[in-house]
Ligand binder design. Structure first.
Ligand code: ADP
Length: 463
């Protein structure tokens, strides 16, 4: 499980809020029940007190103490979890039996101050005691202090059970909610995953494609529309860039040809000093180099502007590779390189023969250029699944690992000092890559510095 994923974080946040809400809810329920139970106890104590007063003590004067105490004893003998005490002129005329649920000796409960009326809480006595004291004046003017009390132990037990239930239920609810939310949130997040995958697919070479816009009317729809607009702007910018390179290189061709012509004419002039001849010769070399760059720029700009302009037809890549290698043998001999064709399976692919030949030439030329005298270059074609695989391996100088991701960039040379002597300008592989892209072909390179390189081009086979 990825704890940095949106799915995990949304679940974690909502479960934290749910935990907070459940915590507040549980405390509110606990305090509410506690308050309710305390108030109903107080109400019961008041009712008991007023019963004693209106039913029995009001008759005290007429029927005497014996009658009153006997009646009260019958009604409130106590012994369970409540008690009644009655004081008359400072003398206790009635006291219920000691409580036994929980056991409390009534005598140990302190009497209220004289004249006090109201509720007293005694939490220190065996689970807590709640006591109500009332001053009663009978119709005949006699004064009584009526004390009714009850143990809070039962109430505390109920509250403790409630607390346990709440504490046990909350984690179960949270766990259930977390699992359910983690599973359910996959649905709403699916369009985000789909957009991510499609956006990853739309690279430099698929800018013509657009993301599907979910008709949900929500943030995702807006995101897809915004991304599509961004891709459109990128496509425009890139097209502008391609047009600029194509136009600039085209415009540079004529002045370069003129300069070259004029320099070639100037060098023929008699009586030129050797310094001037050297300077013109060096300028001509640089002009050659510039022409090469301009030509390569035109070629890549043409390829970038769209492979659809290429001629596509079924060709046998094995045969094309064989014939191209034969044409390059002389060059290999000049460079003292052994050029071997290992296995040339006849495989039909749909491609532009001129462009595909350029791929073979550029890769084989590099394999010979970045090699040592007596080195070896091996070329083969074979089928691999639904693809034709062109493989060019050499045992030359290899490419430093840090340079491998950059070698297909324009004007990149792995080691400028090392490659200067070969005269490369760093555009050959960029052209190869552009041709491969236009053919939906994949190009891979494996290389170890000092040991050699392998370039593989994988082209879809014709069905
Ligand atoms: P260049 O015109 O410099 O040959 P490329 O685009 O063809 O330009 O190649 C880019 C760089 O990749 C080269 O400068 C070279 O450093 C490296 N490279 C390409 N092919 C090979 C190879 N077969 N062996 C070693 N290095 C290579």
């Amino acid at each position: 499980m990825n704890i940095r994923s949106l799915r995990f974080r949304i679940t974690a946040w909502s479960i934290s809020f749910l935990a907070l809400a459940l915590g507040v809810f549980s405390i509110a329920v606990y305090l509410g029940v506690q308050q309710f139970l305390t108030l109903s106890m107080q109400r019961n104590l008041r009712n008991m007190s007023s019963n004693v007063e209106t039913v029995f003590l009001s008759e005290y004067g007429k029927r005497g103490e014996k009658w009153a105490v006997g009646e009260i004893n019958e009604a409130f003998s106590g012994g369970d979890d409540r008690y009644v005490r009655i004081l008359h002129n400072g003398r206790e005329i009635f006291r219920s039996d000691d409580m036994h649920n929980p056991p409390v000796i009534i005598d140990t409960i302190p009497l209220p101050n004289s004249g006090f009326t109201g509720i007293t809480r005694m939490p220190q006595i065996s689970g807590g005691i709640l006591q109500f004291t009332d001053q009663y004046e009978a119709p005949d003017g006699r004064h009584f202090t009526v004390i009714t009390g009850a143990s809070q132990a039962t109430m505390q037990r109920v509250l403790r059970s409630l607390a346990w239930v709440l504490v046990a239920i909350c984690p179960i609810v949270l766990l259930f909610a977390a699992v359910a939310e983690f599973l359910l949130i996959r649905g709403p997040l699916r369009p985000v995953l789909m957009l991510t995958q499609r956006t990853e697919h739309i690279g430099r070479d698929h800018l013509g494609e657009r993301l599907p816009v979910p008709e949900t009317g929500d943030e995702l729809q807006r995101l897809a529309i915004a991304l599509n607009r961004m891709i459109e702007r990128l496509e425009d910018a890139l097209a502008h860039n391609h047009r600029f390179s194509a136009d600039a290189s085209h415009e540079l061709r004529t002045p370069l040809t003129i300069i070259r012509g004029e320099l070639e004419q100037a060098i023929q002039e008699p009586g030129l000093s050797s310094t001037v001849v050297d300077a013109i010769g060096s300028a001509l070399e640089e002009i050659d180099r510039m022409s090469q760059i301009v030509q390569s720029l035109m070629a890549t700009a043409y390829l970038d502007s769209g492979g659809e302009q290429m001629e596509r037809k079924p060709i046998d890549i094995g045969h094309l590779t064989g014939s191209t290698i034969e044409q390059m043998r002389l060059l290999a001999e000049e460079r003292n390189i052994t050029l071997i064709t290992e296995q040339l399976e006849p495989l039909i692919v749909e491609a532009d023969p001129t462009r595909l030949k350029q791929v073979i030439v550029n890769l084989v030329d590099n394999a010979m250029k970045y090699n040592q005298p007596g080195g070896m270059v091996t070329v083969s074609t074979c089928a691999q699944g639904n693809n034709a695989l062109l493989r060019i391996a050499d045992n030359g100088i290899g490419i430093p690992a840090a340079s491998i991701p950059c070698i297909f960039d324009r004007f990149y040379r792995a080691d400028k000092a090392r490659t200067r002597a070969t005269g490369g300008i760093g555009i050959g592989l960029a052209i190869v890559k552009a041709i491969c892209n236009a053919h939906q072909a994949e190009i891979r390179v494996h290389s170890i510095e000092g040991q050699g390189s392998v370039f593989e081009v994988s082209l879809p086979l014709c069905e």
